[in-house]
Design a protein around this ligand. Structure first.
Ligand code: NAD
Ligand code: IPM
Ligand code: MN
Length: 348
């Protein structure tokens, strides 16, 4: 029996999560896999009504689960983004989910905006550091609101934090038979943090002799990801660069509606969520693509020890895309629910 906490969140979060949950329940029933799903109403509505973001004791509560499946957090009624920061970044930091694993894989050549790219030209995985960097929340204002205002926004890079994400990237490459690990940074400008990343990368690489390594400045990587995505196998980067690169990665594999992610601390409760946000303009219309959330649930099943069921879902998604049984963003005509049903039909 696996216990899963479900946090649909805001905007399109509940719509796409509902489809991921339907798929999960279906595949569990078919395969005699026992999943116990418990839903939590954390998000903008709760914050606006009750002033509660991440409830007290929330992290301890989540620690009793095997995994967390989340939708998205962010709502125009909360311009400060306070609830999303408390809940999402609160889980990532508070549960020490230091690996943000974001695969970029082209499931069908029709989906990429890049010209003449085949499916095997776009198939890599990004290891995004997920607990520090520019997301540490350190900084402050001086003379706020005056002409002399100063805003400081700090970035934290710890030796142990940098090392564990780089090791995770190499371990993944070794386990999955990937031939190259590429690190992206901006060490030509960010002399201190960049220097630490460079040194640790070289040290760790020595322990993985069979794996090729290379380094790119992140601006160049953004360019090469468009011009020559086939060169990448495993990318490792810091929190902020990883965030930006994975929206670009999502775009070249068919859009944010398709991109899945896992926030992982190996061996501990981990959080799975689509890469996309709450997409306010789409919310409530039944048009959001649920495949990112569904592929996310497949990632979660793999993490929980059900690789066969995970593969089944991925295959069903690939087949539905090939048949253009998708929402509009992928060229189909289906609603969010119908797109979820198209996956379930293929699992029967
Ligand atoms: P977004 O990812 O929500 O949406 C950007 C655009 O991508 C959408 O307008 C839409 O065109 C497309 N898109 C995204 N998901 C889609 C889907 N499932 N199907 C079809 N098209 C889809 O990014 P944003 O507009 O920059 O942010 C909106 C809110 O979401 C903000 O509050 C932001 O902070 C938050 N956000 C949350 C998360 C998260 O919870 N993990 C991630 C990213 C953004
Ligand atoms: C993501 C999102 C989040 C991030 C936001 C909503 C805090 O963009 O998960 O990619 O920046 O990590
Ligand atoms: Mn992002």
């Amino acid at each position: 029996m696996k216990k899963i906490a479900v946090i649909p969140g805001d905007g399109i979060g509940p719509e796409v999560t509902a489809e991921a949950v339907r798929v999960l329940r279906h595949i569990a029933a078919l395969n005699d896999v026992k999943l116990e799903l418990t839903e939590f109403d954390w998000g903008a509505d709760k914050f606006l009504k009750e002033g509660i973001t991440l409830p007290e004791g929330g992290l301890e509560l989540l620690s009793g689960f095997d995994a967390i499946l989340a939708g998205a957090f962010g709502d125009p009624r909360v311009p400060s983004n306070k609830h999303a920061e408390d809940i999402l970044l609160g889980m990532r930091r508070g549960l020490d989910l230091y690996i943000n694993l974001r695969p970029v894989r082209l499931l069908h050549e029709r989906l990429t905006p890049l010209r003449d790219r085949k499916t095997n030209d776009i198939d890599f995985v990004v290891f995004r550091e997920n607990t520090e960097g520019a997301y540490c929340g350190a900084g402050g204002f001086l003379k706020r609101g005056t002409a002399d205002e100063i805003a400081l926004q700090e970035e934290v890079n710890t030796r142990s934090g940098v090392e564990r994400i780089i090791v995770a990237a190499f371990e993944y490459a070794k386990a999955e038979g990937r031939k190259r690990v590429t690190m992206a940074d901006k060490s030509n400008v960010q002399r201190f943090g960049g220097d630490l990343w460079q040194r640790v990368f070289k040290e760790v690489a020595k322990e993985y002799q069979g794996i090729e390594t290379n380094h790119q400045y992140v601006d160049a990587m953004a360019m090469f990801m468009v011009l020559d995505p086939g060169q990448y196998d495993v990318i490792v980067s810091n929190n902020l660069f990883g965030d930006i690169l994975t929206d670009l990665g999502a775009a070249i594999q068919g859009g944010l509606g398709l991109a899945a992610s896992g926030n992982i601390h190996p061996g501990r409760v981990s959080l799975f969520e689509p890469v996309h946000g709450s997409a306010p303009p789409l919310a409530g219309k039944g048009i959001a693509n649920p495949l990112g959330a569904i592929l996310t649930s497949a990632m979660m099943l793999k993490y929980l020890g059900f690789p066969k069921q995970s593969d089944q879902i991925e295959r069903a998604v690939g087949d539905a895309i090939a048949a253009t049984e998708t929402t509009k963003d992928l060229g189909g005509q289906l609603s969010t629910q119908q797109a979820g049903s198209a996956i379930i039909e293929r699992l029967k």
